[in-house]
Design a protein around this ligand. Structure first.
Ligand SMILES: [Zn+2]
Length: 80
């Protein structure tokens, strides 16, 4: 089961320098490692040495330790 990382509504703003592009940040979301069961926020997830996995456990080093899905800007708009 994957965890949805939602866009933080307070951080969505139009980027004047890039015309129509928007900048935003994601909300801190709790995730759990499938390997050691440790809980932490998605911001603490580490990138594997080969750069292939962006969901490595900061505690036990498990690669792809959890499944996360980032909300897209269009999904965010639909949910409003
Ligand atoms: Zn772990």
């Amino acid at each position: 089961m994957s965890v949805l990382i939602k866009i933080n509504p307070d951080t969505v703003k139009k980027d004047k320098d890039v015309g129509s592009a928007y900048s935003f940040e994601y909300e801190d979301t709790d995730v759990e490692c499938n390997g050691c069961g440790s809980k932490f926020t998605h911001n603490e997830l580490e990138i594997s040495h080969d750069g292939y996995s962006t969901t490595c456990c900061p505690d036990c080093g498990e690669i792809d330790c959890c499944e996360i899905q980032y909300q897209s800007l269009s999904e965010y708009r639909k949910s409003k």
